[in-house]
Design a protein around this ligand. Structure first.
Ligand SMILES: Cc1cc2nc3c(=O)[nH]c(=O)nc-3n(C[C@H](O)[C@H](O)[C@H](O)COP(=O)(O)OP(=O)(O)OC[C@H]3O[C@@H](n4cnc5c(N)ncnc54)[C@H](O)[C@@H]3O)c2cc1C
Length: 401
């Protein structure tokens, strides 16, 4: 049997792509090596624009955070934003990804779980996928949504260079709602510690309905090899100890079941080839300042599905036709990712000053929070940000005198 499209990987990118294709009556197979519900290491923080763009996911939201507190590395400065409107939607990836998969199934996609793709050969008239079991599947088109270290990207020859990554450690800890509200208030404030314990990255605490997600992530591209710093595991333990001392976590909190993952931080130069497009982490669509990726995964899945459906109608799945995918994602979010990427190797360099300025000027703070959180376009607000930065820096100099 020949499929029109096989989507490899049923994370947010893959399930979104499969759902959109099935709604367009395309014969699509969605497969994943895991059996769902499956765990996926993640903070599970969704900026509000994800729900705005994909309103059908609202019922899958676990809880809502109505604000955030951001600390400078010395913790001398902090910036707090507390509002009545949602600041961040929280999801549990185990449930969220399962619900998205069910939507793809309901839309008419064929789904195979516990199915690992081990090889792909792209031929002039079709593509042949080989599974771990030795079984083969024929399809006209492959959409690679298989996450970081994508096999589809490798087989299509698209990830030829070794890109820097963000290395992370996470503990998801069950807590009663009462304890969560005691420590993080009813507003479930998110806490962000810039350069926590001196790492070239940040530590986060995302309070959810009945658990907290505590993590630490370091951007390899911003690490200064000459600067001594603790290992990531030591940094995590010190980070938790410090929060306990400050009364930010219960005294009996124990570091356990730590899990690690790496995530790509820069888009691949090319995200398409003959009969192949890549979405989400497989394509490196990550905000290289925050590590956020679900929005880009779902958006790219949708963009890919629309273009592939057009290609099937025109009977053209050549790389010349699929090159439009690159233009579409670039127009939609790629310009912002590129601009954020330019600051990545500077990660945290001026964070002490930036948080101080944020704590002293709300307008500047809202621009930083809006841009890094993807609420407003970096490309569009670059100039207002620079002007505000110059203005508040100058005011800061006079204030010091
Ligand atoms: C520690 C950490 C914290 C994060 N926090 C956030 C956050 O708070 N907010 C946010 O927006 N983003 C966050 N991210 C990023 C986010 O998790 C990813 O961007 C997102 O999961 C990408 O979705 P995806 O569908 O592209 O890939 P994935 O979610 O990784 O899904 C890929 C799927 O492909 C399957 N697969 C892989 N290889 C094969 C194969 N050979 N055969 C079959 N199936 C295969 C896997 O089993 C998996 O289910 C975080 C990432 C990490 C590591």
């Amino acid at each position: 049997m020949m499929y029109d499209v096989v989507v490899v990987g049923a994370g947010p990118a893959g399930s979104t792509a499969a759902k959109c294709l099935a709604e367009k009556k395309v014969k699509v197979l969605l497969l994943d090596k895991a059996a769902f519900p499956r765990e996926k290491l993640c903070g599970g923080g969704l900026p509000t624009r994800v729900v705005k763009r994909f309103p059908y996911i609202k019922p899958f939201v676990d809880s809502v955070s109505y604000g955030s507190v951001m600390y400078s590395s010395s913790q001398r400065y902090r910036f707090e934003i507390i509002r009545d409107k949602p600041f961040l939607f929280n999801v549990r990836r185990r449930d969220f990804d399962h619900e998205l998969l069910k939507l793809a199934l309901q839309a008419g996609a064929e789904v195979r779980e516990g199915t690992t793709v081990t090889d792909i050969s792209l031929r002039p008239d079709d593509a042949l996928l080989t599974l771990e079991t030795g079984e083969t599947i024929e399809t006209k088109m492959v959409i690679g949504c298989d996450g970081a270290r994508s096999l589809v990207a490798e087989k299509a020859g698209l990830n030829t260079t070794q890109q820097p990554v963000c290395v992370t450690l996470v503990q998801e800890q069950v807590m009663t709602e009462q304890v969560i509200e005691q420590y993080f208030t009813k507003k479930r404030l998110v806490h962000l510690y810039i350069k926590a314990q001196g790492i070239a990255g940040y530590g986060w605490v995302f309070p959810k309905r009945d658990s907290v997600n505590i993590g630490i992530g370091e951007f390899q591209s911003a690490v200064e090899a000459s600067r001594p710093r603790p290992s990531l595991k030591e940094a995590f333990e010190l980070f938790v100890e410090q929060m306990k001392k400050q009364g930010m976590l219960p005294k009996d909190f124990v570091v356990e079941n730590l899990k690690g993952a790496t995530l790509p931080i820069f888009p691949l130069d090319q995200t398409y080839s003959d009969r192949v497009v890549l979405c989400g982490d497989a394509a490196g669509f990550i905000n290289s300042i925050t590590g956020e990726g679900i929005y880009y995964a779902m958006t790219s899945g949708k963009l890919a599905a629309h273009l592939v459906a057009e290609g099937l109608k025109k009977q053209d799945l050549s790389k010349e036709f699929l090159a439009q995918y690159q233009h579409r994602w670039y127009d939609e979010f790629g310009k912002d990712l590129r601009l954020l990427g330019r600051f990545n190797n500077q990660w945290g360099k001026n964070s002490e000053k930036i948080i101080r300025l944020m704590s002293r000027d709300k307008k500047f703070a809202y621009l930083i929070v809006g841009i890094t959180g993807g609420q407003i376009s970096f490309t569009k607000y670059k100039l207002p940000l620079i002007l505000r930065y110059l203005y508040v820096s100058l005011r800061d100099v006079f204030r010091k005198r």
